[in-house]
Write a protein that binds this ligand. Structure first.
Ligand SMILES: [Zn+2]
Length: 342
Protein backbone atom coordinates (compact mmCIF):
# COMPACT_ATOMS: atom_id res chain seq x y z
CA UNK A 1 0.00 0.00 0.00
CA UNK A 2 1.24 3.43 -0.89
CA UNK A 3 1.19 5.77 2.08
CA UNK A 4 0.89 9.48 1.75
CA UNK A 5 3.57 11.36 3.65
CA UNK A 6 2.54 13.79 6.38
CA UNK A 7 3.79 16.65 4.28
CA UNK A 8 1.58 15.60 1.37
CA UNK A 9 -1.38 15.17 3.71
CA UNK A 10 -0.77 18.64 5.10
CA UNK A 11 -0.78 20.12 1.61
CA UNK A 12 -3.87 18.23 0.52
CA UNK A 13 -5.94 18.84 3.65
CA UNK A 14 -4.84 22.43 4.28
CA UNK A 15 -6.65 23.83 7.33
CA UNK A 16 -8.25 20.42 7.85
CA UNK A 17 -4.90 18.80 8.52
CA UNK A 18 -4.33 17.26 11.96
CA UNK A 19 -0.77 16.11 12.66
CA UNK A 20 0.21 12.49 13.13
CA UNK A 21 3.52 12.09 14.90
CA UNK A 22 6.05 9.56 13.84
CA UNK A 23 6.75 6.96 16.51
CA UNK A 24 3.24 7.32 17.86
CA UNK A 25 1.05 4.28 18.39
CA UNK A 26 -0.06 2.95 14.98
CA UNK A 27 -3.68 2.25 15.99
CA UNK A 28 -4.20 5.75 17.33
CA UNK A 29 -2.33 7.27 14.38
CA UNK A 30 -4.57 5.43 11.91
CA UNK A 31 -7.66 6.60 13.77
CA UNK A 32 -6.51 10.21 13.52
CA UNK A 33 -5.76 9.78 9.81
CA UNK A 34 -9.32 8.57 9.34
CA UNK A 35 -10.69 11.31 11.58
CA UNK A 36 -9.10 14.13 9.59
CA UNK A 37 -10.56 12.74 6.35
CA UNK A 38 -14.04 12.81 7.78
CA UNK A 39 -14.20 15.78 10.09
CA UNK A 40 -14.90 18.58 7.63
CA UNK A 41 -18.66 18.89 8.28
CA UNK A 42 -18.24 18.39 12.06
CA UNK A 43 -18.03 20.97 14.82
CA UNK A 44 -18.92 21.41 18.46
CA UNK A 45 -21.82 23.64 17.47
CA UNK A 46 -23.44 21.27 15.02
CA UNK A 47 -26.22 19.02 16.25
CA UNK A 48 -26.32 16.80 13.23
CA UNK A 49 -22.54 16.61 12.88
CA UNK A 50 -21.36 16.94 16.42
CA UNK A 51 -17.64 16.46 16.60
CA UNK A 52 -17.82 14.58 19.89
CA UNK A 53 -19.74 11.81 18.12
CA UNK A 54 -16.93 11.47 15.63
CA UNK A 55 -14.42 11.23 18.49
CA UNK A 56 -16.55 8.48 20.04
CA UNK A 57 -16.82 6.62 16.78
CA UNK A 58 -13.20 6.76 15.64
CA UNK A 59 -10.86 7.83 18.42
CA UNK A 60 -12.23 6.14 21.56
CA UNK A 61 -11.91 2.56 20.25
CA UNK A 62 -8.33 3.19 19.12
CA UNK A 63 -7.35 4.65 22.48
CA UNK A 64 -8.99 1.76 24.35
CA UNK A 65 -6.97 -0.66 22.30
CA UNK A 66 -3.82 1.35 22.82
CA UNK A 67 -4.37 1.44 26.59
CA UNK A 68 -4.52 -2.34 26.81
CA UNK A 69 -0.85 -2.47 25.71
CA UNK A 70 0.34 0.18 28.12
CA UNK A 71 2.40 -0.76 31.16
CA UNK A 72 1.13 0.45 34.54
CA UNK A 73 3.78 3.17 34.84
CA UNK A 74 2.40 4.78 31.68
CA UNK A 75 -1.24 4.28 32.58
CA UNK A 76 -0.60 6.30 35.72
CA UNK A 77 0.03 9.30 33.46
CA UNK A 78 -3.10 8.80 31.42
CA UNK A 79 -5.19 11.71 32.65
CA UNK A 80 -8.60 10.11 33.09
CA UNK A 81 -10.44 10.71 36.36
CA UNK A 82 -11.89 7.67 38.14
CA UNK A 83 -15.11 6.42 36.62
CA UNK A 84 -14.35 7.77 33.15
CA UNK A 85 -13.11 5.26 30.64
CA UNK A 86 -12.70 7.39 27.54
CA UNK A 87 -11.31 10.76 26.63
CA UNK A 88 -14.65 11.57 25.04
CA UNK A 89 -16.26 11.32 28.51
CA UNK A 90 -13.73 13.81 29.79
CA UNK A 91 -14.39 16.06 26.80
CA UNK A 92 -18.12 15.83 27.31
CA UNK A 93 -17.92 16.94 30.93
CA UNK A 94 -15.10 19.51 30.67
CA UNK A 95 -14.48 20.33 27.02
CA UNK A 96 -11.70 19.74 24.49
CA UNK A 97 -9.40 22.43 25.79
CA UNK A 98 -9.53 21.03 29.30
CA UNK A 99 -8.77 17.51 28.07
CA UNK A 100 -5.81 18.82 26.06
CA UNK A 101 -4.56 20.68 29.12
CA UNK A 102 -4.80 17.56 31.27
CA UNK A 103 -2.83 15.56 28.74
CA UNK A 104 -0.25 18.31 28.63
CA UNK A 105 0.27 18.49 32.37
CA UNK A 106 0.34 14.71 32.81
CA UNK A 107 2.95 14.50 30.09
CA UNK A 108 5.05 17.06 31.89
CA UNK A 109 4.77 15.17 35.15
CA UNK A 110 5.74 12.04 33.31
CA UNK A 111 8.84 13.61 31.79
CA UNK A 112 9.74 14.88 35.21
CA UNK A 113 9.27 11.56 36.97
CA UNK A 114 11.52 8.57 37.52
CA UNK A 115 9.19 6.58 35.29
CA UNK A 116 10.50 8.36 32.23
CA UNK A 117 12.90 6.43 30.06
CA UNK A 118 14.28 7.23 26.66
CA UNK A 119 12.41 4.32 25.09
CA UNK A 120 9.12 5.98 26.02
CA UNK A 121 8.96 8.09 22.92
CA UNK A 122 5.89 6.21 21.65
CA UNK A 123 3.94 7.10 24.75
CA UNK A 124 5.07 10.73 24.61
CA UNK A 125 4.38 11.07 20.90
CA UNK A 126 0.95 9.46 21.18
CA UNK A 127 -0.15 11.60 24.11
CA UNK A 128 1.08 14.74 22.43
CA UNK A 129 -0.68 13.79 19.22
CA UNK A 130 -3.94 13.37 21.13
CA UNK A 131 -3.42 16.73 22.73
CA UNK A 132 -3.13 18.44 19.37
CA UNK A 133 -6.13 16.51 18.09
CA UNK A 134 -8.26 17.90 20.91
CA UNK A 135 -6.95 21.41 20.39
CA UNK A 136 -7.86 21.09 16.72
CA UNK A 137 -11.34 19.90 17.66
CA UNK A 138 -11.74 22.82 20.03
CA UNK A 139 -10.79 25.28 17.32
CA UNK A 140 -12.85 23.67 14.60
CA UNK A 141 -15.40 26.07 13.17
CA UNK A 142 -18.70 25.10 11.59
CA UNK A 143 -18.33 24.48 7.91
CA UNK A 144 -19.66 27.75 6.59
CA UNK A 145 -17.10 29.87 8.36
CA UNK A 146 -14.05 27.75 7.85
CA UNK A 147 -12.32 30.33 5.70
CA UNK A 148 -12.28 32.90 8.47
CA UNK A 149 -8.90 34.37 9.29
CA UNK A 150 -8.37 32.25 12.39
CA UNK A 151 -7.74 29.28 10.11
CA UNK A 152 -4.29 30.77 9.74
CA UNK A 153 -3.64 30.54 13.46
CA UNK A 154 -4.88 26.99 13.53
CA UNK A 155 -2.47 25.85 10.88
CA UNK A 156 0.32 27.54 12.69
CA UNK A 157 -0.43 25.77 15.93
CA UNK A 158 -0.61 22.47 14.15
CA UNK A 159 2.83 22.82 12.67
CA UNK A 160 4.13 23.43 16.19
CA UNK A 161 6.17 26.50 15.69
CA UNK A 162 7.40 28.78 18.42
CA UNK A 163 4.84 31.37 19.48
CA UNK A 164 7.38 34.11 18.84
CA UNK A 165 9.20 33.02 15.67
CA UNK A 166 9.39 30.44 12.88
CA UNK A 167 11.53 27.86 14.67
CA UNK A 168 10.02 24.59 15.88
CA UNK A 169 9.08 24.37 19.55
CA UNK A 170 11.51 22.59 21.81
CA UNK A 171 9.22 19.60 21.87
CA UNK A 172 9.03 19.41 18.06
CA UNK A 173 12.78 19.74 17.89
CA UNK A 174 13.05 16.87 20.34
CA UNK A 175 10.79 14.69 18.23
CA UNK A 176 12.53 15.49 14.95
CA UNK A 177 15.91 14.87 16.54
CA UNK A 178 14.58 11.51 17.57
CA UNK A 179 13.37 10.83 14.05
CA UNK A 180 16.71 11.69 12.58
CA UNK A 181 19.01 9.94 14.98
CA UNK A 182 16.77 7.49 16.78
CA UNK A 183 18.45 8.28 20.09
CA UNK A 184 18.07 10.81 22.80
CA UNK A 185 21.51 11.82 23.85
CA UNK A 186 21.38 12.54 27.55
CA UNK A 187 25.09 12.89 28.13
CA UNK A 188 25.58 15.45 30.89
CA UNK A 189 28.64 16.81 29.13
CA UNK A 190 26.60 18.02 26.19
CA UNK A 191 26.19 21.75 25.96
CA UNK A 192 22.94 23.14 27.33
CA UNK A 193 21.62 24.18 23.92
CA UNK A 194 21.81 20.65 22.62
CA UNK A 195 18.27 19.64 21.75
CA UNK A 196 19.22 16.02 22.26
CA UNK A 197 19.39 16.63 25.96
CA UNK A 198 15.98 15.84 27.25
CA UNK A 199 14.76 18.25 29.83
CA UNK A 200 11.67 17.71 31.97
CA UNK A 201 10.27 21.10 31.00
CA UNK A 202 10.44 20.82 27.26
CA UNK A 203 8.35 23.64 25.89
CA UNK A 204 5.37 23.00 23.64
CA UNK A 205 4.99 26.69 22.99
CA UNK A 206 8.44 28.18 22.54
CA UNK A 207 11.63 27.35 20.72
CA UNK A 208 14.90 26.98 22.53
CA UNK A 209 15.78 30.66 22.06
CA UNK A 210 12.44 31.97 23.28
CA UNK A 211 11.75 29.66 26.23
CA UNK A 212 10.69 31.76 29.26
CA UNK A 213 13.38 30.44 31.56
CA UNK A 214 16.89 29.44 30.69
CA UNK A 215 17.94 25.93 31.55
CA UNK A 216 19.73 27.13 34.66
CA UNK A 217 16.52 28.75 35.88
CA UNK A 218 16.86 32.49 35.29
CA UNK A 219 14.50 34.53 33.10
CA UNK A 220 15.38 34.62 29.44
CA UNK A 221 15.78 38.21 28.13
CA UNK A 222 14.92 37.07 24.57
CA UNK A 223 11.59 35.77 25.87
CA UNK A 224 10.75 39.03 27.64
CA UNK A 225 11.64 41.06 24.59
CA UNK A 226 9.58 38.86 22.28
CA UNK A 227 6.67 38.94 24.69
CA UNK A 228 6.59 42.72 24.69
CA UNK A 229 6.55 42.84 20.89
CA UNK A 230 4.13 39.95 20.44
CA UNK A 231 1.24 42.00 19.02
CA UNK A 232 3.52 43.71 16.54
CA UNK A 233 5.03 40.38 15.54
CA UNK A 234 1.62 38.83 14.86
CA UNK A 235 0.65 41.89 12.86
CA UNK A 236 3.74 41.64 10.65
CA UNK A 237 3.17 37.92 10.10
CA UNK A 238 -0.36 38.64 8.95
CA UNK A 239 0.70 41.44 6.61
CA UNK A 240 3.46 39.32 5.08
CA UNK A 241 1.11 36.43 4.66
CA UNK A 242 -1.53 38.52 2.96
CA UNK A 243 1.05 40.09 0.69
CA UNK A 244 2.52 36.81 -0.54
CA UNK A 245 -1.00 35.55 -1.22
CA UNK A 246 -1.27 38.22 -3.96
CA UNK A 247 2.27 39.20 -4.90
CA UNK A 248 1.08 41.06 -8.02
CA UNK A 249 -0.48 43.95 -6.08
CA UNK A 250 -0.28 45.67 -2.69
CA UNK A 251 -2.27 43.36 -0.46
CA UNK A 252 -0.98 43.68 3.10
CA UNK A 253 -4.25 45.36 4.15
CA UNK A 254 -2.49 47.32 6.85
CA UNK A 255 -4.98 50.16 6.60
CA UNK A 256 -2.22 52.45 5.30
CA UNK A 257 -1.46 52.77 1.58
CA UNK A 258 2.23 53.45 2.09
CA UNK A 259 2.75 50.49 4.38
CA UNK A 260 0.92 48.31 1.86
CA UNK A 261 3.22 49.68 -0.83
CA UNK A 262 6.23 48.83 1.30
CA UNK A 263 5.14 45.20 1.66
CA UNK A 264 4.40 44.98 -2.04
CA UNK A 265 7.89 46.13 -3.06
CA UNK A 266 9.59 44.22 -0.29
CA UNK A 267 8.01 40.89 -1.23
CA UNK A 268 7.64 41.30 -5.00
CA UNK A 269 10.60 39.05 -5.83
CA UNK A 270 10.11 36.70 -2.92
CA UNK A 271 9.69 33.01 -3.57
CA UNK A 272 7.61 32.57 -0.43
CA UNK A 273 3.93 31.74 -0.55
CA UNK A 274 1.36 31.54 2.26
CA UNK A 275 2.26 27.93 3.01
CA UNK A 276 5.81 28.96 3.99
CA UNK A 277 4.60 29.68 7.49
CA UNK A 278 7.93 29.12 9.23
CA UNK A 279 9.87 31.38 6.84
CA UNK A 280 7.27 34.14 7.04
CA UNK A 281 7.34 34.05 10.82
CA UNK A 282 11.12 34.14 10.81
CA UNK A 283 10.99 37.19 8.58
CA UNK A 284 8.43 38.92 10.81
CA UNK A 285 10.58 38.21 13.86
CA UNK A 286 13.59 39.82 12.17
CA UNK A 287 11.48 42.79 11.11
CA UNK A 288 10.37 43.40 14.68
CA UNK A 289 13.75 42.70 16.27
CA UNK A 290 15.50 45.12 13.94
CA UNK A 291 12.91 47.79 14.80
CA UNK A 292 11.54 48.31 11.33
CA UNK A 293 8.67 50.51 12.51
CA UNK A 294 5.68 51.57 10.41
CA UNK A 295 7.18 55.06 10.16
CA UNK A 296 10.32 53.61 8.62
CA UNK A 297 8.25 51.53 6.22
CA UNK A 298 6.42 54.67 5.07
CA UNK A 299 9.71 56.52 4.61
CA UNK A 300 11.06 53.64 2.51
CA UNK A 301 7.91 53.56 0.38
CA UNK A 302 8.14 57.31 -0.26
CA UNK A 303 11.82 57.03 -1.19
CA UNK A 304 10.86 54.24 -3.57
CA UNK A 305 8.46 56.70 -5.24
CA UNK A 306 11.54 58.78 -5.99
CA UNK A 307 11.14 61.49 -3.36
CA UNK A 308 14.03 63.42 -1.87
CA UNK A 309 14.59 63.36 1.89
CA UNK A 310 13.10 66.84 2.03
CA UNK A 311 9.92 65.79 0.22
CA UNK A 312 9.69 62.68 2.40
CA UNK A 313 9.89 64.84 5.52
CA UNK A 314 7.07 67.08 4.28
CA UNK A 315 4.88 64.16 3.30
CA UNK A 316 5.39 62.55 6.69
CA UNK A 317 4.19 65.82 8.18
CA UNK A 318 0.97 65.59 6.19
CA UNK A 319 0.45 61.95 7.21
CA UNK A 320 1.42 61.98 10.86
CA UNK A 321 1.09 65.67 11.72
CA UNK A 322 4.77 65.78 12.58
CA UNK A 323 7.07 67.04 9.87
CA UNK A 324 10.52 65.44 9.67
CA UNK A 325 13.73 67.32 8.96
CA UNK A 326 16.17 66.18 6.27
CA UNK A 327 18.37 65.04 9.07
CA UNK A 328 15.67 63.02 10.79
CA UNK A 329 14.81 61.29 7.52
CA UNK A 330 18.39 60.37 6.73
CA UNK A 331 18.97 59.28 10.30
CA UNK A 332 15.92 56.98 10.13
CA UNK A 333 17.13 55.58 6.81
CA UNK A 334 20.55 54.97 8.32
CA UNK A 335 19.14 52.70 11.00
CA UNK A 336 17.41 50.37 8.55
CA UNK A 337 19.06 47.04 7.96
CA UNK A 338 20.00 46.52 4.34
CA UNK A 339 17.84 43.41 4.20
CA UNK A 340 14.72 45.56 4.62
CA UNK A 341 15.50 48.38 2.22
CA UNK A 342 13.69 48.53 -1.09
ZN1 LIG B 1 11.21 31.27 18.93
Amino acid sequence: MNFESEEEAMKRLGPLYIPVWEHSDETVADAIRMFREKWQPYSKESKQHNILNLVRELIDPAISEYRTHLPAEHLAYFPLPKGLSNYSDLVQSKGFRYAAGQIHSSLREFLDSDAFKEQDVTFIATQDMLKSLFLSCDEKRPRRSRLEPDVYFNTERKTRLCKFCGAPTEFSAFISHWERYGVIDSDEQESSNNIGKISPDLSHTYCLNHRPKLHHGSWNPAYKKAKRSYAQFEQEVLRLRRQVAHPDRPNANSGDTLIDEYFYHFMVDSLLDPTNVAELRELARKMVDSRLTDTKKRILALKKQGMSNHQVGLRMGVITGKQLSNQAVSKALGTIREKFTL
